[in-house]
Design a protein around this ligand. Sequence first.
Ligand code: S3P
Length: 188
Amino acid sequence: MGDNVILVGFMGAGKSSVGRLLARRMGRCFVETDDMITAREGRSIPEIFADRGEAHFRALEEEAVRLLALKSGDVIATGGGLFCRDGRPEALRALGTVVWLSGDFDVLYERARRMGERPMLAGRTRDEVAAIYRAREPFYRQADLTVDTTGRTTDQVVAQILLALEPRLSLSPLGRGQGEARRREGCG
Ligand code: S3P
């Protein structure tokens, strides 16, 4: 198994902010699949959805998953739908420890609506988004670890993840202080 830490979960779960802080605490590099995609395409996620449609975005996610195989020792935040395709849980678990940032749907929905421009929410009612959540949940459940974000700050979520990862990290070379050295060598 790879030694990355991979964050999955619905929009609004805080994957980006938690991932950035977790990487800093662990002395690891931070990668976001949405950033890999926007860098490759030279335009934002909403622009990709508007210009080429969701199917094209999902194809770009497929390519991002292939590129993730080159990563080692990184903290990786995935887009909310990336983990929810047949074969993805297996593919991502082979690359490291998958952590599901779970949470109460209404809290996630409100947070997702407030922050950032999210094409999956545009033109959909709350019930339609809830149906997407329900369809995705069985995938998220296939993560190695689950950390509930409801009522927790970013700091508290990171602390929970570190606690949950501890038994696994003590077995890996990166858990024995090599993460910082790796980060000094340069991320990206
Ligand atoms: C998506 C979630 C977004 C982004 C894209 C599609 C989804 O990422 O990948 O807009 O299908 O849930 P976040 O989960 O970071 O919002």
